[in-house]
Design a protein around this ligand. Structure first.
Ligand SMILES: Cc1cc2nc3c(=O)[nH]c(=O)nc-3n(C[C@H](O)[C@H](O)[C@H](O)COP(=O)(O)OP(=O)(O)OC[C@H]3O[C@@H](n4cnc5c(N)ncnc54)[C@H](O)[C@@H]3O)c2cc1C
Length: 336
């Protein structure tokens, strides 16, 4: 296998019908952390990654201890090198189909037609942020249109921050108020806050703007304001939006795994693949980790989940190997 692994680092040999103990689908923080753990556990591991990590538009990864502010692509490049350092194989590609084999394990098909066999699967495909259909939001996403104060709040501290209403609108506005005294809640198409929320918003000096948002205004690729349907432009340096957090899990349907609703504070805010605390799904042999399983995981949480799932996969393989060894020893004893 070591020769195959060496070849695989550089190309399609790695997915030319080869078999691995574990194939990791998705090479973000969760997948690479899982692969690193499995490589160090002396497992043959292949990572297949289509290169679209969720935080790609951001300048830096924040709250990742020891690498605060590192560019997302740099963190993943370091991770890839670390995985390869323990014999892991990484292939750029997209898994388009997964099926269970009658003889055990799984068969994966890549977009380029390559196939690969896996005894176990670790699925770390992340999620898709579905954005409100307001002109300018997608263009400024991850730069001045933001979702998470812990990822971006420090960078926009003390500036004019807009919050686009959606689920838990008043709560989100109060949260962003921690980073700036200049916060405006745009109700857009959402219902009005209730009396208690209005009281809290007013007490914290948060303006509430009624009326639909028509578009974002930008100059030189930077947000300057929020334009309402009536034409009024409210100056803003950053706009917080609540994206719908949709699990990227289409290929798991063929294995019998469908996403379930993700709730927060009584609202459905997206979907995820259900799993136990170690990442084991209802389908034997398939583990999930990172945002596909928990949309609220930040990078460090996704990495931790990848490590946990990898340890569980290794334990599962160890148990199977022990069962086989006992059966083999007993059959030798019987033959004597
Ligand atoms: C704009 C923005 C900024 C953020 N900033 C921060 C921050 O500062 N700090 C922080 O901690 N968190 C931040 N986050 C959250 C962070 O992006 C996630 O916590 C993290 O990406 C989750 O890691 P993951 O490995 O689960 O998924 P991802 O990083 O999204 O990786 C999933 C990988 O799987 C691949 N993939 C998907 N489907 C397939 C397939 N079928 N075949 C092969 N590969 C596939 C994708 O291409 C991708 O590379 C930010 C999020 C956003 C949207």
């Amino acid at each position: 296998m070591s020769e195959q692994r060496e070849q695989g680092v550089n190309g399609s040999v790695a997915v030319d019908g080869q078999r691995y103990e574990v194939v990791v689908i998705g090479g973000g923080a969760a997948g690479l952390s899982g692969a690193l753990t499995l490589g160090r556990a002396r497992r043959s591991v292949l990572v297949i990654d289509s290169g679209q990590p969720r935080n790609a538009p951001a300048h830096g990864v924040h709250t990742y201890l020891g690498r605060e502010g590192v560019p997302p692509a740099e963190l993943l490049a370091i991770g890839r090198d670390e995985v390869r350092g323990y014999g892991g194989v990484i292939v750029d590609g997209t898994v388009v189909a997964a099926e269970r084999r009658d003889t055990g394990g799984f068969r994966l098909v890549l977009a380029d037609g390559g196939t690969v066999l896996a005894d176990r699967l670790l699925v770390t495909t992340g999620l898709v942020d579905e954005l409100p259909a307001i002109p300018g939001v997608a263009e400024l996403w991850g730069k001045d249109v933001l979702h998470c104060p812990y990822c971006h709040g420090w960078e926009v501290r003390d500036q004019a921050i807009g919050v686009l209403a959606g689920p838990l609108a008043a709560h989100r506005a109060l949260l962003w108020r921690q980073w700036s005294e200049d916060v405006t809640l745009f109700l857009h198409t959402a219902p009005e806050p209730d009396d208690e929320e209005y009281e809290q918003l007013a007490a914290r000096g948060i303006a509430v703007v009624d009326g639909e948002v028509a578009a974002l205004e930008a100059t030189g690729g930077r947000l300057t304001g929020v334009r309402l349907a009536g034409g009024t432009v409210v100056p803003c340096r950053a706009l917080a939006v609540a994206s719908r957090l949709t699990a990227r899990a289409g290929l798991l349907a063929a294995l019998g795994l469908e996403p379930v609703d993700q709730e927060m504070g009584g609202h459905v805010v997206g979907s995820h693949i259900a799993a136990d605390p170690m990442g084991a799904t209802a389908v034997p042999g398939v583990w999930v980790a990172g945002n596909v399983a928990n949309p609220f995981d930040q990078v460090v949480g996704a990495a931790g989940a990848g490590v946990r799932a990898a340890a569980a996969i290794n334990a599962d393989l160890v148990a199977e190997e022990a069962r086989r060894a006992v059966a083999a020893r007993n059959s030798v004893d019987l033959a004597r």
